[in-house]
Design a protein around this ligand. Structure first.
Ligand SMILES: Cc1cc2nc3c(=O)[nH]c(=O)nc-3n(C[C@H](O)[C@H](O)[C@H](O)COP(=O)(O)OP(=O)(O)OC[C@H]3O[C@@H](n4cnc5c(N)ncnc54)[C@H](O)[C@@H]3O)c2cc1C
Length: 490
């Protein structure tokens, strides 16, 4: 019997995941990807002996990656070697006050106790609840397609929802356990990954603290792009066909269904289509009559921040830097106001510096440092070369002060990346980097649906639908939608 054909738009984590799952279920699957390589926001480039991961740098929730490869009879170690980072990361609170987060739990308890008496036991209690949230959240909630409210209407789920702290904020939750500003900063950091401030983030997401503290911060030796390479190898081994330089520009419809996908390489017919490209962009291509949401809906969404990024090759090693460095030495309330409340370029931003060459000599020439700098900024800002340069100078001043050496004169490679690049490379709505913020009003069934309302064989996956932004959720999103496609086609 002829296999049914599914076309997947985009070869990021969610596209690769859904394509592999569908191929494994026996479908003929083709991915059409506009760019020259897979990975989407996690692409890679090499310049002058440096290897730069373009997006994700934090490998959290290793169990999700393990489970992904295990679905197909593989192990993560078949594709890359993981190293647990210790310290997990460094938090720079001021020029003189730096907290290195130890990977060892007893050492972390001691650190907490030294900052605030009683905080070690408070941490135990906090994490005991967080462990439950992680278990229920990651093993159950994130696997729900969230297309019907009835998925959530059972007594057990209702009880779970209360125990999961779905309806209170992380901000008030964490303050029941800790008082010190330093500990609050440390505990609120993982929430930033969800794209919203802790006041607007459900307390359920203390599961992120469990992930960070108990499951650890890891790094695939060679770089984050090795995850993508592993996923591509696996997809190809299952028979997935990947067409690069195949930009989707429209669709063909017939009888309430999408019949084909128009690309720069021609029109491809399909029994079902899964779009992993940015949701809003795909809606634009579908046209008024077939889109799920109008522009007014999209304009009301709370987007996660965009980013101003710098990829730097430095011809010497930089003292004091760890693999992950969080420069939290400025007032976050002002910076977050400039991201969410009054979107504008930040006056005095917090930033993140990653130096993977601290762990991995393969990503920089001998004696050199590979540096990735990230400032979270509001989406939809006017992004000019002059603005980027102004922030570059600010970051250089702060890094030179912190490291105690000159850096500007040691830069042998420099590339910046911001809104215009996110739009040009990924068709990102408002130049977003991480999709939608995980606020309560944008959780589960309140997120953009993974099914199209007008076309029964059209689906969406990725960081703008369920379960949300980040590499592990994108992997899960791909599997969740593949099951829905299978239900329709089998
Ligand atoms: C700077 C940065 C840092 C991050 N850091 C982390 C981190 O440390 N840890 C973590 O877990 N997550 C991190 N994230 C988030 C994570 O990278 C994303 O959530 C995830 O990669 C999204 O995957 P996706 O498949 O949903 O989308 P994408 O990766 O965007 O994939 C969509 C694909 O669709 C393609 N496409 C778009 N339009 C078309 C078209 N018309 N035709 C054909 N193809 C098209 C794009 O080229 C792209 O390849 C980071 C993201 C960024 C940007």
């Amino acid at each position: 019997m002829k296999k049914k054909k599914v076309i997947v738009i985009g070869a990021g984590f969610s596209g690769l995941s859904t394509a592999t799952e569908l191929a494994d279920k026996g479908y003929e699957v083709m991915i059409v990807e506009k760019n020259e390589q897979a990975g989407g926001r996690a692409r890679v480039f090499k310049e002058q002996g440096f290897t730069f991961d373009m997006g994700p740098s934090w490998y959290w929730m290793p169990d999700i990656f393990d489970n992904y490869f295990a679905r197909f009879g593989k192990k993560t170690s078949d594709y890359y070697t993981l190293k647990r980072l210790d310290p997990s990361y460094s938090v720079i609170l001021s020029d003189t006050e730096v907290v290195d987060m130890p990977a060892d739990y007893d050492a972390l308890r001691n650190l907490f106790e030294s900052i605030e008496p009683g905080a070690a036991n408070a941490l135990d209690r906090f994490l005991e609840q967080a462990a439950y949230k992680y278990k229920v959240g990651i093993q159950e909630f994130v696997w729900k397609p969230s297309v019907k409210i009835t998925e959530f209407l059972s007594l057990r789920i209702l009880v779970d929802a209360l125990r999961m702290d779905v309806f209170s904020s992380f901000y008030s939750h964490v303050r029941k356990f800790f008082k010190s500003d330093t500990l609050l900063k440390l505990m609120e950091f993982p929430i930033l990954f969800l794209g919203a401030i802790s006041q607007n983030t459900p307390a359920m997401y203390s599961l992120m603290n469990y992930a960070e503290i108990k499951l650890g911060t890891w790094y695939p030796m060679g770089g984050m792009h090795l995850i993508v390479k592993g996923m591509v190898d696996l997809a190809l081994s299952k028979g997935v066909q990947i067409e690069y330089h195949a930009e989707v520009s429209g669709f063909a419809f017939e009888g309430g269904k999408v019949k084909g996908v128009k690309t720069s390489k021609g029109v491809f017919e399909a029994d079902a289509v899964v779009a992993s490209a940015d949701y809003h962009h795909v809606e634009t291509l579908l046209g008024e009559a077939h889109r799920n949401y109008d522009e007014a809906y999209w304009d009301k969404r709370v987007m996660a921040p965009s980013s101003l990024l710098f990829y730097l090759g430095i011809n010497k090693r930089l003292p004091r830097l760890k693999h992950h460095n969080l420069f939290f030495d400025r007032d976050f309330s002002i910076h977050s106001h400039e991201i969410y409340t009054d979107p504008s370029w930040p006056s005095d931003p917090l930033f993140y510096a990653s130096a993977p060459s601290v762990t991995d000599p393969s990503v920089a020439p001998d004696g050199c440092e590979n540096l990735f700098l990230l400032i979270p900024v509001a989406p939809n800002l006017e992004d000019t070369e002059a603005v980027r340069e102004q922030y570059f100078e600010q970051l250089m001043d702060r890094l030179e002060l912190y490291c105690g050496v000159s850096i500007r004169d040691a830069i042998v490679y420099k590339r910046s990346y911001a809104h215009q690049d996110f739009i040009g490379d990924y068709h990102a709505f408002k130049g977003n980097a991480y999709g939608l913020a995980n606020t309560l009003m944008q959780t589960a069934i309140l997120k953009p649906s993974l099914k199209n309302r007008h076309l029964k064989n059209m689906f969406y996956t990725g960081q703008l639908t369920v379960p949300g932004p980040g590499v592990p959720p994108s992997l899960i999103s791909g599997i969740v939608v593949a099951k829905e496609v299978d239900k329709l086609l089998k």
